[in-house]
Every structure is written in structure tokens, then in C-alpha cells.
Design a protein around this ligand. Structure first.
Ligand code: NAD
Length: 292
């Protein structure tokens, strides 16, 4: 069994980005700059944004964290995004999700200029992805593709099942894996909460990507011998033995499934780290597009 280690694969992506930033600095140019917007103080969102900011620093990017109270007016947020769109020193903008209920997610995503949309959620980028045009790919699916590339996972002609159809992970992942790409060309089945024969489909799959957010939902009896298992799910599960009071759990019952899989990602230490690598890569690409 190969452990698809997000720490190792993301370090390699980050080394390449760092080298590019060093060359930018040697040329006396400004470095890529990411603006992150965080609304409220949800624990998980705080952790994700802090990690994104830390990783920007690690590769030599500039970053700006903009915080708003949970009750910020939608217009104030949209005005800030507009200001960042018009700021030539900002290359990438991300708004950490989820948003408070009174703010329309679609409106916020569509307010970000597509060229600065480093999460790749804007409909223009989603459309480009579907048509195979160059655009910004959502960070998590991009991170999974980088993981396949790092471990040279042969996806061509394989049966892949993707569980979860969000525009953040499952749906764009289904497009990438079925596209005519070096680490694509799989035959993809996209499953969701109304899929009636999930276990049957999973048992036929060479590759399983699970993005549902149900801890330890995928058990060993649901996967084929030697399947490749990519666990996107991250759920905080109460745990009194942990200092933080919770533990992170993936969608996959790791200890059981690892005995049957040929390759598997851990949680934490798998796709989450690759998502950050994807975000950094998108920010660098947005910068390069602007500067060239
Ligand atoms: P979501 O939470 O918006 O939706 C969940 C999806 O799962 C839906 O499409 C639903 O149809 C499907 N689903 C739910 N129960 C199901 C079932 N029993 N069988 C089949 N499908 C089922 O999706 P999301 O935003 O993609 O998040 C999914 C999980 O991935 C969450 O745990 C989230 O925290 C995690 N996530 C992790 C990363 C990362 O970097 N590792 C990034 C994004 C999301």
C-alpha cells in the first residue's frame, strides 16, 4: 500500500513555487500577493485561513488577511471585493467559506474578478474547466491532480467514482478526471446523496474520491481490492482525550480501508495540504498572467 502523503507532495509543489518567487525577487519585481477574507470566527475557518496565510509566507508570497464580523453587511463585503479587484498589487482573492446565512454565496463568488479567483469558483472559471480552456481550477481538485502527478497514479481508462457533487470538489473533480489529460481519461461516475447503489458502484471502482463530510463512511467492504482511495472529507469529531476537544476525521475508515487499498490519502496530512498547494499554484499563475 502506498500512502499518498500530502506533506511530501505539497512540499515538492511548494519548493517549485519558492524557486519561482526567488527568481522574481532577483528580478526586482514585486512578489505574488494573496488577499484572504475571513468573516466571523468559526474555528475551522480560522484554522484554514491561518494555514493559507502561513503557507504564503513559506513560499515568499505577500498576503493580507481582511476580517469582518459575522454580521457584516453583504454590500460592505462586495465593496471590499471590488476594491481588491481594482488593486493592482493584489493577484488573488479568496473568501473563506462558509458565509453567514444573510450573505449570498453565489453573489460573493461572482463579485471576484475571474482572473483573481484563486479558489476557481467563479462561473467563468467553472465554464472554462468544462470546455477544457485555460482558467483557474478549484484548489482541492487541482491539489488532487497534483497528488496523482507526484505519485504517478495511472488514471487512464480506470473506473473512477466521485462521491459528492459540490462545485468546490466533486463536480470539478469529475470534469478533470474525465478530461483528456495526462492524469485524467478515467471513466467517471459522479455520486451524491440520491445515489441508490453506492456500495455496488464503489465495489467496481479503481479510484474512489470521497467528498461528502461523513466521518468514516467508507468502510473496507465498500471498496475493491487494490483500489486507490482519495479522502477529501474533513469533519471535526468531539474527542475528550484530545487537547483541542476534537479530532479530524475523513470520510474513510482509514485503518480498515488501508489494508485493502493500493494507495490511500490520510486525514489529516492528505488532500487538505494539497488544497493549499493548489491555492498557491493558482495565486502564482494569476500573478504570472497579470505580469506577462
Ligand atoms: P458539501 O458539504 O457541499 O456536500 C456534500 C456532498 O456529499 C453533497 O453533494 C451530497 O450529495 C453528498 N453526500 C452526502 N451524503 C451522501 C451519501 N450518503 N452518499 C453519497 N453522497 C452523499 O461538499 P464539499 O463542500 O465538497 O465538502 C465535502 C467534505 O469535504 C467536507 O467534509 C469538507 O469539509 C471537505 N473538504 C475538504 C477539503 C480539503 O481540502 N481536504 C476541501 C473542501 C472540502
Amino acid at each position: 500500500m502506498i500512502l499518498l502523503d500530502g506533506k511530501v507532495a505539497s512540499a515538492s509543489v511548494k519548493e517549485n513555487i519558492k524557486a519561482t518567487v526567488s527568481a522574481i525577487i532577483s528580478n526586482n519585481q514585486r512578489v505574488p500577493h494573496l488577499a484572504a477574507i475571513l468573516i466571523g470566527n468559526d474555528g475551522a475557518s480560522e484554522t484554514y485561513v491561518a494555514s493559507k496565510v502561513r503557507n504564503c509566507k513559506e513560499v515568499g508570497f505577500q498576503s493580507t488577511l481582511i476580517r469582518f464580523d459575522n454580521n457584516v453587511e453583504e454590500k460592505v463585503l462586495l465593496d471590499k471585493i471590488n476594491e481588491l479587484n481594482n488593486d493592482d498589487n493584489i493577484d488573488g482573492i479568496l473568501v473563506q467559506l462558509p458565509l453567514p446565512k444573510h450573505i449570498q454565496e453565489a453573489k460573493v463568488i461572482q463579485a471576484i474578478h475571474p482572473d483573481k479567483d484563486v479558489d476557481g469558483f467563479h462561473p467563468i472559471n467553472a465554464g472554462k474547466l468544462v470546455q477544457g480552456l485555460p482558467g483557474i481550477i478549484p484548489a482541492t481538485p487541482l491539489g488532487i491532480m497534483l497528488l496523482f502527478e507526484h505519485y504517478k497514479i495511472d488514471t487512464k481508462g480506470k473506473n473512477a467514482i466521485i462521491i459528492g457533487r459540490s462545485y468546490i470538489v466533486g463536480r470539478p473533480m469529475s470534469v478533470l478526471l474525465s478530461s483528456n489529460l495526462l492524469y485524467g481519461n478515467s471513466t467517471v461516475t459522479l455520486c451524491h446523496s440520491y445515489t441508490s447503489n453506492l456500495k455496488e458502484l464503489c465495489l467496481q471502482a479503481d479510484i474512489i474520491v470521497s467528498a461528502i463530510g461523513k466521518p468514516e463512511f467508507i468502510k473496507a467492504d465498500m471498496i475493491k481490492q487494490n483500489a486507490i482511495v482519495i479522502d477529501v472529507g474533513i469533519t471535526r469529531v468531539n474527542d475528550v482525550t484530545s487537547v483541542k476537544g476534537f479530532k479530524l476525521k475523513g470520510d474513510v475508515l482509514f485503518n480498515e480501508v488501508k489494508e485493502k487499498a493500493s494507495a490511500i490519502t490520510p486525514v489529516p496530512g492528505g488532500v487538505g495540504l494539497m488544497t493549499i498547494a493548489g491555492l498557491l499554484k493558482n495565486t502564482l499563475a494569476a500573478y504570472q498572467k497579470k505580469m506577462n
